[in-house]
Design a protein around this ligand. Structure first.
Ligand SMILES: CC(C)(COP(=O)(O)OP(=O)(O)OC[C@H]1O[C@@H](n2cnc3c(N)ncnc32)[C@H](O)[C@@H]1OP(=O)(O)O)[C@@H](O)C(=O)NCCC(=O)NCCS
Length: 197
């Protein structure tokens, strides 16, 4: 059979976006990334009605980095072909019933010009894979129920894990990992900087 790696007319192949600029890499953050990460969350979480206000998500990342709950292996950036940071996600130590058996995930942010091109998904898969490799039993987040179930998240209450605030069960989600065990259950607690929001 003839080898046909691509269709004869490459123009017939759907391009992700006309502005696609090349490959993307996911890696751990370095000290040199701190300002770029802040800029990502500032832009990603900016509100139209208060465009000059620094969103809490941007300052939260700095506060988490200064906290004991920070896990350097779980702060990941996505970079474009020029090495510029276009997205960031972080998982920090969380607790279920006072036991350090969960991660709190977030913030997750992608520069607006880079959204809907798979950057957020790549960051999610990378941070979940890293968490699994580190034998973290559970990853917890507060997020949109349309977005996170595709990464294996479901209402945390289904796993017997309850939220630290009056949040709808569809928003307080958890992903059980390979090290999950059904004896885990109870109230979830985020790292302290989340409580200071
Ligand atoms: C949410 C976010 C991280 C997703 O990253 P992304 O790179 O745009 O996502 P992906 O390209 O991997 O996935 C795209 C899919 O996610 C969903 N999605 C992405 N952004 C969305 C949004 N703002 N609202 C609803 N669904 C969204 C859509 O289903 C989309 O698929 P579609 O393009 O076929 O409609 C990014 O849009 C972002 O930074 N938003 C602002 C900050 C934020 O809300 N963070 C999450 C807090 S819970």
């Amino acid at each position: 059979m003839a080898h046909r790696p691509f269709p004869a007319d490459n123009h017939a192949r759907p391009a992700p976006l006309s502005t696609y600029r090349g490959p993307m890499l996911i890696r751990r953050e370095t000290r040199a990334d701190v300002e770029a990460i802040r800029a990502v969350h500032t832009a990603a979480f900016a509100k139209a009605e208060t465009p000059h206000k620094v969103p809490v998500e941007a300052t939260l990342v700095d506060a988490l980095r200064a906290d004991d709950a920070w896990l350097p292996a779980l702060s990941l950036v996505a970079t474009d072909s020029d090495g510029q940071v276009v997205g960031h996600v972080v998982g920090t130590r969380g607790w279920v019933a006072d036991a350090p058996v969960a991660l709190g995930l977030g913030p997750l942010g992608v520069l607006p010009a880079w959204q809907r091109r798979g950057v957020g998904s790549a960051l999610m898969h990378a941070v979940l894979g890293a968490a699994d490799a580190l034998d973290e039993p559970l990853v917890v987040l507060l997020g949109h129920p349309d977005y996170y179930p595709r990464f294996g998240f479901r209402p945390a209450v289904e796993l017997g894990v309850t939220p630290p605030g009056p949040w709808g069960p569809q928003f307080f989600q958890a992903r059980p990992m390979s090290a999950w065990r059904s004896s885990i259950g109870g109230a979830f607690a985020y790292a302290k900087p989340f409580n200071d929001l």
